[in-house]
Design a binder for this molecule. Structure first.
Ligand code: ZN
Ligand code: CU
Length: 484
């Protein structure tokens, strides 16, 4: 019997996202779903792609993003779709664009300014109105969104240097209930950052209390990723246990030279606790991080590159040392003149990065900052770098494992039903790529560059990226979290 498909992908080497070995086959897409996988040589499609043996994989899920505003202001999502990403998890590190029930301070409280340093995008008084805006003007990618604890603090507290009062905790909790009812998948925290440093563990537990009833999860940029990392892991696990929800340790890393090598300790503890509570973690494949520019962060880095500056935008992309020398001032004075600004900090060790990437439960997340003038290359390069540099060139793990870490594992961790696995009945989120050439092109010196080796990217059955350019289609949806 002849069947017809909207899209027929012929002669694929299929890596299905479960970690299973690759196999040859054709893929028939009808509407937004994968209708058939197998030998479809007698069939035809309205549109056909012959892969001649290249890879077809589930679309990549970016486990850690700051794309809350980017989906609205740049809905083609070029840095993401160009590297094969079809779904982004947003609202991370305690920073979400919504809700903001009262005017945001001017200047915007860092690190909320990573999403918008002008403040006009912080205009969604409720989480529902934000998700409605995403649904009304969809982006090219799907998303699943967290509500940020620091955003909640800025929205409800007048003195961020204090623990929240009982009334403020109640106000934040109500905002969590509203967000979860509207379709958020959980709460993120950024206890490392100034707006949340004063929050005791109990405050986070109380604010997250509604999560269990909504089947939410808790994601955290931990209080300390340096000397105090073991205590911070314990704090994160305790919050997960007391609230009764899964914990995701965001962008796991070991900062500062004294802590290099300690991923042996942290991964051993994470593995041990995984036996008794649900825990996930993600990682970006670089030895430099990126966030707001500040002196205390700069002093412990071996190199600092300025990624944006509101006051002196011409310095974006240049080393802080060189900027200070040009100005003829101290590093501290240069930071003062550049701020508000962002930076890339070299603080991690390659062995830790590789050990964390190799750890079987680790997902891939970019942590890309899409509004920076000279962004960290992770924004454009994370996924191809894992597939090319780390899997193909260094042999850190087989390609099937690399794909699993950015698809099936991530969908399972975040509860994204019928995503992350290439099989009949699943959504047709697909990335077609050449395993022999895929790699990042973006570098620290030239960070804005689409990856190589990505052929076609499909979201909900629609082609969003093909032959090096966006199609203009914006089929992205707001995803919820499935019950386990
Ligand atoms: Zn973070
Ligand atoms: Cu982040």
């Amino acid at each position: 019997m002849t069947q017809s498909f909207d899209l027929l992908i012929r002669n694929a080497t299929i890596i299905d996202g479960t970690g299973a070995p690759r196999f040859a086959g054709d893929i028939g897409v009808r509407g937004d779903r994968i209708a058939r996988v197998g030998d479809l040589s007698g069939q035809h499609g309205t549109e056909e792609i012959d892969l001649a043996g290249a890879i077809a994989a589930p679309g990549f899920i970016d486990a850690h993003t700051h794309d809350d505003r980017f989906m609205l202001s740049s809905p083609d999502m070029t840095p993401k779709v160009s590297q094969g990403v079809t779904t982004v998890i947003g609202g991370n590190c305690g920073v979400s664009l919504a809700p903001m029930p009262r005017p945001i301070p001017n200047p915007v409280t860092p690190p909320l300014n990573l999403l918008d340093d002008e403040g006009q995008w912080f205009r969604f008084r409720t989480f529902r109105s934000y998700l409605d805006a995403l649904r009304g003007a969809p982006a090219a990618t799907n998303c699943a969104m967290l509500v940020g604890h620091s955003t909640l603090r800025v929205a409800t507290m007048d003195d961020l240097t204090q623990p929240a009062s009982p009334a403020e905790i109640e106000a934040m909790r109500e905002l969590v209930v509203e967000a979860m009812g509207a379709g958020a998948i959980g709460v993120s925290s950024g206890l490392f950052y100034e707006p949340a440093i004063a929050a005791p563990t109990e405050e986070v537990i109380q604010i997250c209390q509604p999560l269990k009833a909504f089947n939410g999860l808790y994601c955290t940029h931990m209080r300390d990723e340096a000397n105090g990392v073991m205590d911070s892991l314990e704090e994160s696990f305790r919050i997960g246990l007391e609230v009764g929800v899964p914990v995701v340790i965001s962008h796991h890393k070991l900062s500062e030279r004294a802590n290099h090598g300690r991923s042996r300790e942290t991964l051993a503890l994470i593995e041990e606790r995984m036996a008794t509570q649900p825990i996930g973690l993600d990682c970006y494949p670089y030895t430099a991080g990126s966030t707001v520019l500040s002196e205390h962060r700069a002093v412990s880095a071996s190199r600092v590159i300025v990624s944006w500056s509101k006051a002196l935008p011409q310095y974006a992309g240049r080393d802080l040392d060189a900027i200070a020398a040009t100005m003829g001032v101290s590093q501290a004075e240069a930071i003062e003149r550049l701020s508000p600004a962002g930076a890339i900090y070299f603080k991690m060790d390659e062995d830790d990065v590789q050990r964390i990437l190799r750890f079987p439960p680790t997902m891939i997340g970019s942590d890309g900052l899409p509004h920076d003038a000279a962004p960290h290359p992770r924004l454009w390069g994370t996924f191809p770098r894992v597939l090319g540099h780390y899997s193909r060139e260094l042999g850190l793990f087989p390609l099937e494992t690399a794909v699993h870490k950015m698809t099936g594992l991530t969908a399972e961790t975040f509860g994204l039903r019928d995503r992350g696995v290439l099989k009949e009945g699943a959504y047709a989120d697909l990335t077609l790529f050449d395993a022999n050439t895929i790699d990042e092109v973006a570098t620290y010196a030239a960070p804005i560059a689409p990856a190589r080796g990505i052929d076609t990217v499909i979201v909900n059955g629609s082609i969003v990226w093909r032959e090096g350019r966006s199609s203009g289609a914006r089929p992205g949806r707001v995803l919820g979290r499935d019950r386990p």
